[in-house]
Structures are given as structure tokens and as C-alpha cells.
Design a protein around this ligand. Structure first.
Ligand code: NI
Length: 188
């Protein structure tokens, strides 16, 4: 079932979300609906507050690099529970109650968000992440990664604490975005 995606200005995006205490049928259904909604919107990640639920749950699906050029043919890898694996094998990734430890040097990258329409902006974040990601079946993924997955994990987990990528742009960037954001907030 497709869910409607909450938009900038909606207070649900600004709340600190509660942990998922029990994985029941409703949580599993919500996860499946979030995945379907993410695919339909051509997104690579979606956090529960973005579908109106202040719960600490996220879905991610980073597609394989479409440009299979010679230099880009190496798949993106991550250490998963001590083993180096292509991240593709983890997708779609669903987790609850994550713990993130970003590290490494800060890197700029252009981000967008399904809850902030028509705005993309440069955001600096640490380039790597150590993440503890409890799964719906009770198992836990310990991931150490860089690249787009590290970026996406930080962006999505920010949603669980009421932060949006627009909060993370430089002061100059914020001035540039101010008018557009004001408009979005008025029209959500
Ligand atoms: Ni987002």
C-alpha cells in the first residue's frame, strides 16, 4: 500500500521518534509499505516520520551503479558483521532503533529528500559510519561503510531525531534556501 509522504512544514518531521518496542504485524506491514512507497517515489531511503509515524524505523535501497564503466565496475562494499560484502546484498535494508557512529573526514555531497520537494543542497558529513542496525527478525547488522550507504544512513537517521538535511547546510547555503523553505512550509 502506498503511503503519503509527509512534507516540509509538517511537525511530525521535527519530533524525536520513539523506539520500536515490539515487532508485530503492524510494524512489518509498515516496513513493507514504506519500501513500496520509497520505490514509487524513486527514493533511496525513507524514515518512518516521512510517512507520518514517529517511530525509529528506516528503509533503504541503494541501487547498483548504473554506469558500469570500467573504472566503476567495482561494487560498493561494506563490512557486515565482520565480513566484507557488496552492499547490494543487503538491499532493501530495513532496520529499527539504529545506533550510528560517523567518523572520518567531512565530505560534501548534494542531498535531496522526499519530504523537501525540489530542493537539493550540498551537505558536509563524515565520510564513514559504523552502524548497529537491529533487524525486524531480532538479528543485528553491524556495518562499517563509506560511500552512498554511509551518506544515506546519516541522512535517514537524522529524520528519527527531527533533523532534515537542510539543517546541515552551511550558513551561506541556509540563506540561499530560506525563501524556498518558507514557501514549502506555507504550502505543505
Ligand atoms: Ni530525507
Amino acid at each position: 500500500m502506498l503511503l503519503s509522504i509527509t512534507q516540509y512544514g509538517n511537525p511530525v518531521l521535527r519530533a524525536v521518534s520513539a523506539p520500536v518496542e515490539h515487532v508485530d504485524e503492524a510494524i512489518v506491514a509498515l516496513a513493507n509499505n514504506m519500501i513500496e512507497t520509497m520505490y514509487a517515489a524513486n527514493g533511496i531511503g525513507l524514515a518512518a516520520p516521512q510517512v507520518g509515524e514517529n517511530l525509529r524505523m528506516v528503509v533503504i535501497d541503494i541501487p547498483e551503479d548504473e554506469e558500469e564503466e570500467e573504472e566503476k565496475s567495482e561494487p560498493e562494499m561494506a563490512t557486515v558483521n565482520g565480513e566484507l560484502r557488496p552492499i547490494r546484498e543487503l538491499m532493501p535494508l530495513v532496520f529499527i532503533n539504529p545506533t550510528l557512529e560517523p567518523y572520518g573526514k567531512e565530505c560534501p555531497f548534494t542531498e535531496g529528500c522526499l519530504s523537501v520537494r525540489n530542493i537539493r543542497a550540498n551537505v558536509s558529513r563524515p565520510e564513514r559510519v559504523k552502524a548497529t542496525l537491529p533487524q525486524l527478525d531480532g538479528s543485528v547488522l553491524e556495518i562499517d561503510c563509506g560511500g552512498l550507504l554511509a551518506r544515506c544512513l546519516q541522512h535517514e537517521c537524522d529524520h528519527l531525531d527531527g533533523f532534515l538535511f537542510t539543517d546541515r547546510v552551511s550558513s551561506a547555503g541556509k540563506i540561499t534556501l530560506a525563501k524556498k523553505l518558507k514557501k514549502l512550509a506555507q504550502s505543505y
